[in-house]
Ligand binder design. Structure first.
Ligand code: ADP
Length: 425
């Protein structure tokens, strides 16, 4: 199998977003959790997205991890690598976008790297090198107060220039609007001026298609899911990937018992749990009891196991804001969050032990804890249950194939749990 596209994502949720975008563009896509083992058996796929947690770690560590991911992807035949960053260019003057870009560019032997975080569908556009979040420049958006990566400058040529050893130029919209040939000529002239990277303006998806078409001839590009979209369309245009129906996850039904776990306390999740109560047994966990007694999670799993043959069940720690505040005041926010996540992961592991192969999880951190505990190497991305929440089929899991839905925060409509189970056969 030869990959048409290899991607290295600097965080998990960004990786999921990219994998889902590529799938919607017709690329059969697997997302892996970390750099996979050399012998990971992959189904026939067009793209692999390696999820790292490298956005906010030390730059030298981010470089090491990204290089390892790049090596794995190249080993599977990926001719082009997309280094997936946040569409708000989350980084500091120390990195990590610049140092990782420099290393991947050097390894690929590229004279020029195209860089754009634009993703018009979500309001991220780049004009004259300045990143806009909706109607405002990045430095006036809420990102100016981000706890880890406060963004005080919307001029990405300057921002990337401070992080990189390479001279950074601009490929402006007036060039990109003229199409791939004009962009190629412009990049040649930037190279002759000593530039090795260019921030590419993009306001519309057609701009990303132009950037994607040109980037495919390079070894590496840097961008968000929008550039993924541009690359996917460019691959289709040159016949390097065939459009595929998004039926990957349902090709062979999994069957058997199904369960839902909710650790998200978002308004949407609370409404979804209330809705699920009309169609399945729901157990509401008492966080204080979970914190006090390890047996409590065990008892919750036993409650589920006793009911699974009759149909799906839901176990929820989710609570209204005043109750969450009370638990956090008593145990501390991080300690309570971690303990409840670990309890949920323990329940999931027990359910999988007794044969559950279909799991719906509500909560981003909760999902992360469950995926870690089950040591799942990767997922094949399937159809969307709700915008941004696809059905996932595990790849390389020790228990064999499972279907998962991982929903963070406010995603999904009121009937989410039922809709998820209906698609997870
Ligand atoms: P979301 O995607 O909605 O942010 P997460 O799972 O990422 O959901 O985060 C929810 C956090 O709240 C987790 O750390 C979880 O363990 C914690 N939590 C869940 N239930 C409660 C509760 N009743 N009280 C306090 N914290 C809770």
């Amino acid at each position: 199998m030869t990959l048409a596209l290899g991607c290295i994502a600097d965080d998990y949720t960004g990786a999921s977003d990219l994998a889902n975008t590529l799938t919607r563009q017709g690329l059969r896509t697997v997302q892996t959790i970390g750099v996979p083992a050399d012998d990971l058996a992959l189904p026939e796929v067009d793209a692999v997205v390696v999820s790292l947690k490298s956005r906010s770690i030390a730059a030298d560590q981010a470089v090491i991890k990204s290089r390892a991911a790049a090596q794995w992807l190249r080993g599977r035949g990926a001719a082009h690598l997309l280094f997936k960053i946040c569409s708000t260019f989350d980084s500091t003057d120390r990195g990590n976008i610049g140092p990782v870009m420099d290393a991947l560019r050097a390894d690929a032997g590229d004279a020029m790297v195209l860089v754009t975080p634009a993703f018009p569908e979500t309001g991220r556009t780049v004009y004259q090198g300045h990143l806009f979040v909706g109607a405002v420049p990045l430095n006036e958006s809420p990102l100016k107060d981000h706890p880890l990566n406060p963004m005080h400058d919307s001029d990405l040529v300057r921002v990337l220039g401070r992080q990189s050893r390479i001279k950074v130029g601009l490929a402006g919209l007036s060039v990109i609007a003229q199409g791939p040939d004009a962009l190629r000529n412009h990049l040649d002239s930037l190279v002759s001026q000593g530039c090795g990277a260019a921030i590419a303006d993009a306001v519309f998806e057609r701009d990303l298609e132009t950037i994607g078409a040109v980037a495919l001839a390079h070894g590496v590009s840097v961008g968000a899911s929008g550039l993924g979209l541009g690359l996917a369309r460019a691959l289709r245009a040159v016949g390097r990937s065939e459009p595929r129906p998004v039926d990957a996850t349902s090709a062979t039904p999994i069957g058997g018992p199904a369960a839902c776990l909710a650790g998200s306390c978002s308004q949407a999740t609370l409404a979804q749990i209330a809705d699920a109560e009309r169609m399945m047994p729901v157990l509401r966990l008492d966080p204080a009891a979970l914190m006090a007694d390890e047996g409590e999670a065990q008892r919750a799993a036993d409650w589920a196991i006793a009911r699974l043959t009759a149909g799906p069940v839901l176990i929820a720690s989710s609570a209204a804001p005043d109750q969450v505040a009370a638990v956090q005041a008593k145990f501390g926010r991080d300690a309570a969050g971690h303990a409840i996540e670990q309890a949920m992961a323990g329940i999931a592991a027990r359910l999988v032990d007794v044969g559950v192969r279909r799991l719906v999880i509500a909560g981003g951190e909760t999902s992360g804890a469950v995926v870690d505990r089950l040591a799942i190497p990767g997922f094949l991305i399937g159809p969307e249950i709700a915008a941004g929440v696809p059905v996932l089929r595990t790849v390389g899991a020790r228990e064999g194939d499972m279907l998962l839905a991982l929903k963070s925060g406010n995603f999904g409509g009121p009937a989410f749990f039922g809709e998820a189970l209906a698609l997870m056969r």
